[in-house]
Design a protein around this ligand. Structure first.
Ligand SMILES: Cc1cc2nc3c(=O)[nH]c(=O)nc-3n(C[C@H](O)[C@H](O)[C@H](O)COP(=O)(O)O)c2cc1C
Length: 241
């Protein structure tokens, strides 16, 4: 008598899947507003906190990145380009922290079949840093013109945290209305607007303040800036008040 073949039904892949801790990254969208050092700082902070990251870099943001840092971000060489980008501070000087970019998964901005384009793909939420006014408009209207905007719309429809670090000044009435629409849809509108009470002495301190506020909004621990301790002048003392 012939042995009965072993059946590999749908149960086996499921059991296998439950043995693996599920990867649940933050989606980081970098759009074409000025402020690519903010994105680099947020990425460093997420990786330092041991978070996984799914990265989407809009086509326009490659121009601002090139303009602000001299770095060309290429889909085919994204790991190498990301390492170079994250190693550079806002002043062009090297950063001491070497992030583990193996925790980053990159998706091309035009890839509308990418993981973050579906609500069933597991993510913690999305941080758009910096957010251009074009991106604000697109997300407020649900345009989904590229993966970044689609992922943001998915984040809203799934009621997951969405942080929008808008960078523009002055703001038109139209953008202000779109920001209100985003707020009403559940997003955290977080203007890339550094404060000066935390004792900033270098340009990177101002960048890190904004990055720290983005991570605060996402509930990710960090040591980017000195927190207010209820004492005036605390930021100017060596211990931070
Ligand atoms: C050097 C440079 C700086 C820019 N800075 C800003 C900015 O601070 N805020 C903004 O809303 N748009 C800015 N833009 C314009 C955006 O890149 C443009 O609106 C683009 O369409 C945004 O597309 P995206 O949202 O798909 O990335 C800048 C463009 C360039 C080339």
């Amino acid at each position: 008598m012939r042995a009965r073949p072993v059946r590999l039904g749908p149960v086996e892949p499921y059991e296998h899947a439950t043995q693996q801790p599920e990867r649940r990254p933050w989606v980081v969208g970098v759009s074409g507003a000025s402020g690519t050092p903010y994105a680099a700082a947020v990425l460093r902070g997420l990786l330092a906190a041991g978070e996984d990251v799914d990265l989407v870099v809009s086509r326009a943001s490659r121009l601002t990145l090139l303009d602000e840092t001299g770095i060309a971000f290429r889909d085919a060489h994204w790991r190498e380009d990301l390492r170079t980008w994250l190693a550079m501070g806002a002043d062009g000087k090297p950063q001491t922290f070497e992030p583990d970019v193996s925790r980053v998964r990159h998706w091309a901005a035009g890839d509308l079949a990418a993981g973050p384009s579906s609500g069933s793909y597991p993510v913690k939420g999305m941080l758009i840093v910096p957010a251009s006014t074009a991106c604000v408009a697109g997300v407020a209207l649900g345009l989904s013109k590229d993966l970044l905007q689609r992922a943001a719309s998915v984040t809203l429809k799934e009621r997951r945290p969405l942080v929008v670090a808008v960078r523009e000044t002055p703001l038109s009435g139209q953008t202000l209305k779109q920001l209100v629409a985003l707020d009403e849809a559940g997003a955290i509108v977080l203007p890339a607007s550094p404060a000066f009470y935390a004792g900033a002495t270098h340009i990177q301190d101002l960048v890190d303040f904004v990055a720290g506020r983005v991570l605060d909004a996402a509930g990710v621990p960090h040591r980017f800036y000195r927190r207010w301790k209820g004492e005036l002048g605390g930021g100017r003392s060596p211990e931070g008040g």
